[in-house]
Design a binder for this molecule. Structure first.
Ligand SMILES: *[C@@H]1O[C@H](CO)[C@@H](O)[C@H](O)[C@H]1NC(C)=O
Ligand SMILES: *[C@@H]1O[C@H](CO)[C@@H](O)[C@H](O)[C@H]1NC(C)=O
Ligand SMILES: *[C@@H]1O[C@H](CO)[C@@H](O)[C@H](O)[C@H]1NC(C)=O
Ligand SMILES: *[C@@H]1O[C@H](CO)[C@@H](O)[C@H](O)[C@H]1NC(C)=O
Ligand SMILES: *[C@@H]1O[C@H](CO)[C@@H](O)[C@H](O)[C@H]1NC(C)=O
Ligand SMILES: *[C@@H]1O[C@H](CO)[C@@H](O)[C@H](O)[C@H]1NC(C)=O
Length: 551
């Protein structure tokens, strides 16, 4: 009797958890089509969402349920991923090729996810083919709930600034380059919100500010490969948030934004009332590509000065900037993984994984690898193969070792790269970059503590230089050439999670892997069931659905 009651109670509470009726829903219908855009002044094929390039901005609040019915009207399979949205227990909605079947041309799929316990500035973008090179990306903001104090006064307005390098070649041409073993080459320009200084037409202000007021700008790098420096003429930027964490509020004249990263800053309109340029320019490139966009004062008289603020030079500057980023430990905010949030510096490391990125030109064909493995996506998404119990037909776990081969070698293996990480363990991941170009690594499903970015090679003694107190909890970390970076996190989110190079060319040619975090119990407490309307493909297409997870 007591047992039955208890079971009933458990059922009720699990039911309540699944319905999540208390949190508001936001519904969207998105029509993804080709359309002509001219961001560099020359018409080219773009990917539009509801006719827009960049795509619509999602404005949500912590714990909102977001339902987006995406109609793919392209002639190729398409999939969007939500960079930095943690998809707690819900890798089904992560939108990567290891977790979902892409939406076939002419069909639709409805993403359904909750921005659980998150705040901050994020982006979404297409993960399929080289679609990101044509558009399909946009901003996604998660506001704090009204009850939760934010460590700064409400800004007058909240602006999203998407910066990125841009190619005038179509995404089809670019992926043909990569498929044939060639590199992408250099981009042709830089865009701010889909425009450049070369876009045709009058220079309309992108944003306006009322004198004396303070505005929030959320700056994200949606580009394919270049780190960008961002600055605003005459206006320092007070950093307040980075990829979901409130930061110590330092003031910066300019910020280096690496691919996939987002910063939120406050800017006060307290200068002479006129126009000002915001500037985005490529970092660490022989030829510097620059673009500008205008910010106007509402009472402004006169155009922006043509003299643009200089970008910083060299690595030391950017390394110091990274070291100045600190988490505000006293700010209250939604935090997704409380186990890992406090005193992460005192948790014992259960596993250290060192990942070394490399390039190979074996047989004249360019491929990129991690610890010698160049990932390839099987036709059956890894997560579906795992769920249907046919993983052994599709991939092997842990073919990659936790350490890179000691001898530098061009030898790589092309195969699915899936690491098995034990649920709820605290893991240290070292990214070591022996190459001459910068890297930017992103992990889905989690925030991690970015405890160090240092030149040279990593050794266990280097742990002494970690920031074990107030490193920012974030989802993307850059690694400078001939340098390393260290991150730490608790793997407490069951699912199949993509760890990828944000540099589109590198990811497309194999520099990514998946981390399978299995809940031992197939329990709804740890992971949601596969959605009823999940698209099926590959060998699971005609298999009987396995019994659902239970409490
Ligand atoms: C999407 O846009 C295309 C082209 O404008 C149009 O033909 C189609 O009907 C639209 N689909 C939806 C679902 O709105
Ligand atoms: C975004 O949502 C917040 C909270 O609902 C609202 O106050 C704000 O006006 C919205 N902003 C835009 C641009 O829609
Ligand atoms: C496709 O869109 C229709 C509404 O037009 C919706 O009823 C259906 O559930 C959607 N299919 C998927 C798989 O999301
Ligand atoms: C951190 O957050 C607290 C609490 O909201 C705030 O009072 C404080 O000013 C912030 N500290 C810094 C250095 O930004
Ligand atoms: C961490 O490891 C140390 C040394 O092995 C041990 O003494 C300590 O009890 C461990 N702490 C926890 C919380 O497991
Ligand atoms: C993953 O690792 C755990 C712990 O070592 C082990 O028990 C489990 O069998 C592994 N799972 C797979 C699918 O290899």
């Amino acid at each position: 009797m007591g047992g039955v009651m208890l079971l009933l109670l458990l059922c009720l509470s699990a039911g309540a958890m699944m319905v999540r009726a208390e949190d508001p829903y936001l519904f969207f219908t998105w029509n993804v089509t080709y359309g002509t855009i001219s961001p560099l002044g020359i018409p080219q094929q773009g990917i539009l969402i509801n006719g827009q390039f960049p795509g619509p901005n999602i404005n949500s609040t912590t714990n909102n349920n977001i339902v987006i019915n995406v109609f793919n009207n392209l002639d190729e399979p398409f999939l969007l991923t939500w960079n930095g949205i943690q998809q707690r227990k819900n890798s089904w909605q992560d939108g990567t090729l290891g977790t979902s079947c892409p939406i076939p041309p002419g069909q639709n799929y409805t993403y359904h996810f909750q921005v659980k316990d998150q705040i901050g500035s994020y982006i979404y973008y297409p993960i399929t083919a080289m679609h990101r090179a044509a558009g399909g990306f946009g901003g996604l903001r998660v506001n704090s709930r009204l009850l939760i104090p934010v460590p700064y006064a409400d800004p007058e307005d909240d602006y999203t600034v998407l910066i990125g390098d841009w190619y005038s070649k179509s995404h089809t041409t670019l992926h043909k380059f990569l498929d044939s073993g060639r590199a992408l080459g250099r981009p042709d320009g830089v865009l701010i919100n889909g425009k450049s200084s070369k876009s045709k037409g009058k220079e309309e202000p992108l944003f306006t500010m009322k004198p004396g007021k303070t505005y929030k700008y959320r700056i994200c790098n949606v580009g394919l490969k270049n780190s960008l420096n961002f600055r605003i003429q005459g206006h320092p930027m007070k950093l307040v948030e980075m990829e979901g964490s409130h930061t110590i509020q330092n003031s910066y004249d300019s910020l280096d934004v690496h691919v996939g990263q987002c910063f939120a800053v406050l800017v006060t309109a307290d200068k002479e009332p006129k126009d000002y340029y915001m500037v985005a320019s490529t970092r660490y490139t022989k030829t510097v590509l620059t673009t500008t966009a205008v910010i106007s004062y509402t009472n402004g008289k006169g155009p922006a000065s043509p003299v643009l603020p200089e970008a910083p030079v060299g690595w030391a500057w950017t390394l110091n900037q990274f070291r100045s980023f600190r988490w505000n430990l006293t700010a209250s905010a939604a935090r997704p993984n409380p186990q890992g949030s406090y005193h992460y510096g005192q948790i014992n490391i259960t596993r250290t994984i060192k990942l070394v990125n490399s390039a190979s030109r074996e047989g004249g064909k360019l491929r990129y690898a991690i610890n010698g493995i160049s990932h390839t996506n099987p036709a059956t998404p890894l997560k579906l193969a795992e769920y249907y119990g046919v993983a052994d037909k599709i991939f092997k776990y842990d073919t990659m070792s936790d350490d890179a081969p000691a001898t530098a070698s061009d030898k790589i293996t092309v195969e699915p790269n899936v690491a098995n990480i034990t649920y709820r363990t605290f893991v240290e991941i070292i990214f070591e970059n022996h190459e001459k170009s910068i890297q930017s690594w992103h992990l889905d499903g989690y925030s991690f503590f970015a405890v160090a970015v240092e030149p040279g090679r990593w050794t266990p003694e280097k742990r002494k230089s970690y920031n074990l107190l107030d490193a920012v909890s974030r989802h993307t970390i850059q690694v400078f050439p001939k340098s390393w970076a260290a991150i730490m996190l608790t793997f407490d989110n069951a699912g199949m999670w993509n760890l990828r190079s944000e540099l589109a060319e590198r990811r497309y040619l194999g520099q990514e892997l998946y981390i399978s975090v299995l809940s031992p119990e197939r329990s709804l407490r740890d992971e949601y069931n596969i959605p009823d309307d999940a698209l099926l493909c590959g060998i699971v297409k005609d298999l009987a659905k396995p019994p659902p997870y239970t409490i």
